[in-house]
Design a binder for this molecule. Structure first.
Ligand SMILES: [Mg+2]
Length: 411
């Protein structure tokens, strides 16, 4: 028999909102969302543009406001809503503090997003006590040291741990003892099963399968006929069987930043300024992960939703803002015609490899890279806004669209 695992799924509650409340405690208890690029308050005239909600406080949720809902609709549901701009760099900074605490319990940490992770604590009982004890301690430390509330599920599989962490939000802790996985899942709605999307659950409901228990015991052939080849794995997971390991992420395929504008940009000056900011964001991310890139890509979506991408190999791998930016600007010059309005712009670094510590300083003459590292250090100390290269930076109004949300799901 395989050994019984101890897996935690830790999920911070309304993470972006919690981050904002750390510096805006006077807003605690108010219906509050993080969305778009501007702060606004009840009674002010507001222009929600195309923004969607990136995170909603539990007070806002009681009005029906939730992540991914258009801000315009959210304001209609709750005119008392306080809207704070998305400050993703700040949330990423706080996220690193959260993950530093996780790392004290186990090296086996699989991030799901900025604010959630699986921790495999199997075999660490002598260090951490059992899963439940570790969960209590992590919860207490996130609260005491960072001021952040979270919910935790403790189980023998990732699926069960994730379902458990979601069950009693906020500040929920649910422990599913070994052997009780199927019994725990059985009465829960199929919509709670991770990996069962709306199309899948709609098909299941047409078959009369509305709980995980019914899914676990349905005829497999019927499920395969309806859902296709993944049906069996889904069924097993609904019955509490999930051998998937907690995976520590390796080198990503690419690192990218993109933004959607509430008003399309059509001047070369504005677009180039945003490309510079996006390139710097990609560079910062590469350096933070000790990665170098061999290619740069840009993505542009025009007003008619036509999307073009362009890619270029770099003469030498780099993580320097200026080299990334130079390549992005060249690609832009090739792909853009004067006056054409752009609604989405993105910059990506591809062909990534790990930077060996030594090579950083062995590679002579690379002033740009060293300067960027020095600037990152200062940014870390004084905040991202404090310092930028002398090129200036245009603060264009941004929207947070579903592409962002998919990467940064927050609940
Ligand atoms: Mg969360």
């Amino acid at each position: 028999m395989a050994r019984v695992r101890t897996i935690l799924h830790v999920d911070l509650d309304a993470f972006f909102v919690s981050c904002e409340l750390l510096r805006r405690p006077e807003l605690a208890g108010k219906p509050l969302v993080v969305a778009g690029g501007h702060e606004s308050h009840p009674g002010q005239s507001r222009d929600p543009g195309r923004s969607v909600v990136a995170a909603a406080s539990y007070e806002a949720r009681s009005y029906g406001v939730r992540s991914a809902l258009p801000l315009a609709r959210s304001l209609a549901l709750c005119p008392e809503l306080v809207v704070l701009p998305v400050e993703i760099a700040e949330y990423a900074r706080i996220s690193e503090l959260v993950f530093a605490i996780f790392a004290e319990y186990t090296p086996l940490v699989e991030p799901g997003s900025l604010d959630e992770a699986y921790l495999d604590l199997t075999g660490t009982e002598s260090l951490n006590g059992g899963g439940e004890e570790a969960a209590r301690e992590i919860t207490a430390r996130l609260d005491a040291e960072l001021g952040l509330p979270c919910s935790v599920g403790v189980a023998t599989t990732k699926t069960v741990a994730k379902v458990a962490s979601d069950l009693r939000k906020p500040r929920g802790m649910v422990v599913v003892p070994p052997g009780e996985e199927a019994v725990f899942l059985a009465p829960l709605a199929v919509e709670r099963l991770p990996g069962a999307g709306p199309k899948t659950t709609a098909k299941l409901r047409l078959l009369g399968i509305d709980t995980m228990g019914k899914l676990a015991t349905a005829p497999t052939a019927l499920l395969q006929a309806t859902l296709g080849p993944n049906a069996e794995a889904l069924q097993l997971r609904a019955g509490g069987v999930d051998p998937a390991p907690v995976k520590v992420p390796g080198i990503p395929k690419s690192v990218s930043r993109e933004e959607t504008y509430s008003q399309d940009l059509n001047s070369r000056e504005d677009l180039e300024a945003r490309l510079a900011v996006l390139s710097a964001g990609v560079g910062l991310r590469l350096r933070a992960s000790s990665l170098i890139a061999q290619a740069v890509a840009i993505k542009m979506r025009f007003t008619n939703f036509e999307t073009v991408t362009r890619r270029r190999q770099l003469p030498e791998p780099t993580f320097a803002d200026q080299e990334l930016q130079a390549a992005a600007l060249e690609l832009f010059a090739e792909a853009w015609t004067i006056g054409r309005a752009v609604r989405l712009l993105g910059v990506g670094a591809e062909g990534l490899s790990e930077l060996r510590q030594m090579s950083l300083f062995e590679r002579g003459g690379e002033r740009g890279e060293r300067l960027d590292l020095a600037l990152d250090g200062l940014r870390g100390r004084f905040g991202g806004r404090a310092i930028s290269r002398g090129t200036g930076s245009l603060e264009a109004p941004l929207d947070w669209n579903r592409d962002h949300l998919r990467r940064l799901t927050d609940s």
